[in-house]
Design a protein. Sequence first.
Length: 202
Amino acid sequence: MTTTVRTIGGVSIEGLGELSLYRPSLEFDGEWYRVFTSGFIHFNIVHLGLNMLVLWQLGRLIEGVFGALTFTTLFVTGVLGGSLGAIIIEPEHQVGGASGAVFALMGAVATLQLVAGQNVLKSGVAPLIAVNIALSFLPFVSLGGHLGGLAVGLVGGVIVGVSRRVGPHALALAPSLVAALGFGVAAAIVYVVDPTQLPLNF
């Protein structure tokens, strides 16, 4: 069996996942697809199973009330938010998994409940977030990916929750507004990694 060794930015990297998030791959190879594909790969079955369990639980809550489109935009925006957080906090680490999106959904559920006047402690979502943030400090866990996803999810939840309070017409626009948030996060990723790629000069 042979091992392919790649050189990125003058550094040899062995066994680098082709779909995982790795900042030098973005910066030196232009592999921007990694900010998205990294949210759909997992490094072991336990990692995959835990993410899918929480995703199933939170997905039912959001999709059951707000529909598949709102859920999808929150999820995808959460993937991007997780990538942004990982790039900022762990720029030299190889990152993969749906955890950023899962944290985004947790954040969205929390703010949706707050906007609706519900108690996030009694509902259990606040303790769930607290426990998972604590676990994010364990070795080989992406703290940046989790915090980035959570931050984006909190904002996304405010967008959807306020839209719901305004009325049905505003709620119908909520997926588009969350998607706009996602585009903003994507632009932030490009700005952090290589601002020369943006069409505007900052």
